[in-house]
Write a protein that binds this ligand. Structure first.
Ligand code: ADP
Ligand code: MG
Length: 683
């Protein structure tokens, strides 16, 4: 049978060479890509009675043209209007910029119009119309898909082309789910589901089609995780880190502070993993300021002392710089080389770092996602640590393994992820938790004030600085905006410089170059600048223990976990620290957020209250949760399906005939394409 992947879109009638090329920008190359280009919502063109429609709603109605149409032109634009009798109501219909419709609006003609209903004026502003002779798009009375389109690809064209592709080639769509799964859930066949997700006969069919497609997506995702796990379970080919215990102890002794019991505990868990011949996949969670970095440092030390290289991956360049500096301080006395790899290195410098990594001249590299690019090779990568939200997916782990390396992986996060969720979303993960903060930390005192108390806030900044401390001032915006009435960093920076002519006030925001950011951060961490005005680029991970005051303008703009992260920039040293939230929240939840912040310093408690305030949907939906994103599935509503898919796939790959039986060959092909294994297991 012909495969849809080998049929080019230009073979669909109506798609010419130019359009075929334009479709490439959407990732659509072959007919399978095209029919799997799913709508993100539907437009409801089913006819309704105007009496049921609320003001401002979009509606499709049908009626008879009642008066001669009037065309007005202004500039290059036009407005066409006429009266239409809909049910027994005389309404005004208005078309903008479609002057050519004038000739068709002959009194007595039947017209179906879709547009916005203005109840007061009894008027429809028509966006799409269709005439009884059916020369327009024949979709009234149906539910139509809405695709993400752009450029030369219009909505109408996309609808037509996908429908045509299904007509010509729809029969060739192959089933991918195993028969036992189809039976278990009573799913409709793939062929039918794909047809129905584009043009559902009714809402119910659309939902059934979506359920099947969502399951399929999560099933394939889980299949990768479970197959990877099964193939590697008991395969004792993970690295054994054979470091010397005495050396490790000497390193821990050299640290500028005594480790907390909690840190000792999680370090023991991690290095036990490192010594075992299995591949580590561990999540380290701990509140902001709990001291995760030093835990990572001990693990990296052990890896390097075992003869391997280590990598630390972080989300921002500021953080990469900071971690590089602190690791250099810790490791250089032991003769270990630490390098940095970010997107802003010069090409020359980048090549030097890559060469040093490949030759093994660097023991540790700290970097942003620049680290996982194709041309980065290690001599002997043994441990990968990812800090704050960046995660290695199962594909990447599998690719690293096939490069002949099988590094242990440690993921660090300040956002607590429920264990079952972590397992479902990332596979078989072990979890370590830092439960206490370093000793001697005084809880940060948090105040919530209204904007009219600014004078007192300024006095407070002055007082802290006069005692030798430093302060952060966070603003939601970089510069003035006509849309939003929030404080911007440029204005606040100018204002503070004016208020404190004798102090040095720094400025940090996302539009500065990496070099400028670096300079600003250095000046602040060395104590040269007293006050740092910043946007949220400062948010994750930055560590300046002498800073004791965090002022946040328009705090209602931020979510709870973001506020907690921001507040976590202070309270990192021995001095009492403060956080001042300047906010006049209008909404109840805004007020509630300020209250939660003044009530507690505990990140786990804040995460819990956050969940309560926003509901789980939002929690899973945000980037902050760090969960993988799917094309159709939405973990806020489809989380249970993910768990189901996990159980189903685990059962499936545990059967020995999964790896041999003919009926599973397409799933094995899928795993091969996803680089979970090479062909040797296939036939
Ligand atoms: P996070 O867990 O938020 O990444 P960091 O690793 O940045 O926290 O640590 C916060 C601060 O606490 C740093 O200044 C670090 O040097 C310090 N610190 C870490 N562990 C200890 C400890 N056991 N005793 C005292 N200070 C510590
Ligand atoms: Mg950190």
């Amino acid at each position: 049978m012909m495969k849809l992947t080998s049929i080019l879109v230009s073979q669909v009638s109506g798609i010419g060479a130019q359009k075929a090329k334009d479709l490439e920008a959407f990732g659509i190359l072959n007919v399978l890509d095209l029919v799997e280009y799913f709508p993100f919502r539907y437009e409801d063109y089913r006819l309704r009675e105007l009496a049921d429609v609320k003001d401002g709603e979009k509606v499709t109605v049908s009626g008879k043209v009642f008066s001669v149409a009037v065309l007005q032109r202004f500039g290059g634009k036009s407005r066409l209007s006429c009266k239409v009798m809909v049910d027994s109501m005389l309404v005004t219909a208005v078309w903008f910029n479609q002057p050519f419709l004038k000739d068709r609006l002959i009194p007595g003609t039947e017209v179906t119009m879709t547009g916005k209903w203005d109840m007061k004026r009894l008027q429809v502003t028509v966006s799409e119309s269709e005439f009884a002779d059916k020369r327009g798009p024949a979709h009234s009375g149906t539910v139509q898909p809405v695709y993400s389109v752009g450029g030369s690809i219009t909505q109408k064209w996309m609808r037509k082309s996908i429908a045509q592709a299904l007509k010509q080639f729809g029969e060739l769509i192959e089933e991918i789910l195993p028969a036992e799964i189809m039976d278990k859930y009573g799913f409709m066949p793939r062929k039918q589901a794909i047809r129905a997700i584009h043009t559902p006969a009714d809402v119910e069919e659309g939902q059934r089609a979506r359920r099947r497609i969502v399951y399929e997506e999560l099933f394939l995702f889980q299949l990768k995780l479970q197959a990877f796990r099964t193939l590697n379970r008991g395969r004792a080919d993970g690295l054994v880190h054979g470091y010397d215990n005495e050396e490790l102890r000497a390193f821990i002794k050299s640290l500028p502070f005594e480790l907390t019991d909690s840190q000792k505990q999680v370090i023991a868990e991690i290095i036990r993993d490192l010594r075992q011949p299995y591949c580590m996949n561990r999540l380290l969670q701990g509140d902001v300021g709990a001291g995760k970095t030093v835990v990572a440092a001990v693990a990296l030390f052990a890896a390097v002392k075992s003869g391997y290289q280590g990598a630390l991956m972080v989300p921002t360049e500021i953080l990469a710089e900071q971690h590089t500096r602190s690791l250099q301080r810790l490791f250089e006395p032991f003769g270990m080389q630490v390098g940095i790899l970010t997107g802003s290195l010069t090409e020359k410098r980048r090549r030097e770092v890559l060469a040093a990594l490949q030759m093994g001249l660097l023991d540790i590299v700290v970097g942003t996602h620049a680290l996982i690019q194709e041309d980065v090779f290690f001599r002997q990568l043994g441990l990968v640590v990812t800090d704050e939200q960046h995660r290695f997916g199962v594909n990447q782990r599998s690719i690293l393994r096939r490069k002949g390396m099988n590094p242990d992986v440690l993921t660090m996060t300040a956002t607590p992820i429920p264990r079952t969720l972590a397992i479902s979303a990332f596979g078989d993960m072990d979890v370590s938790t830092l439960r206490e903060l370093p000793k001697g930390r005084k809880p940060i005192e948090t105040f919530w004030v209204k904007h009219d108390k600014l004078e007192r806030v300024l006095a407070f900044i002055r007082k802290e600085v006069s005692q030798g401390r430093q302060a952060y001032v966070i603003c939601p915006l970089i510069e003035e905006s006509d849309k939003l009435e929030y404080q911007n960093a440029l204005d606040v920076h100018a204002q503070l410089q004016f208020e404190f002519p004798d102090l040095r006030v720094g400025l940090l925001h996302g539009r500065m170059t990496a070099g400028e950011k670096d300079e600003t951060m250095n000046a602040f961490s060395s104590g040269e600048t007293h006050v740092l005005v910043s946007t949220t680029v400062i948010e994750v991970g930055v560590d300046v223990p002498n800073a004791t005051l965090m002022v946040i303008y328009d705090a209602e703009r931020f979510g709870l976990s973001q506020l907690h992260q921001l507040r976590g920039r202070v309270g990192r040293g021995a001095h009492q620290s403060y956080c001042i939230l300047i906010a006049d929240p209008k909404s109840e939840t805004g007020k509630e957020r300020m209250k939660v912040m003044t009530d507690t310093n505990d990140g786990f408690e804040i995460a819990r209250r956050d969940l309560e305030l926003r509901g789980p949907g939002d929690f899973f939906g945000t980037k902050q949760s760090g969960l993988p994103e799917f094309r159709v599935a939405d973990l806020s509503t489809d989380f249970e399906v993910l768990e189901q898919a996990r159980d189903d796939t685990a059962e499936l790959v545990a059967q020995s005939d999964f790896w041999t039986a003919a009926k599973y060959v397409s799933l094995r092909h899928y795993l091969q394409r996803e680089q979970i294994f090479q062909g040797d297991l296939l036939d």
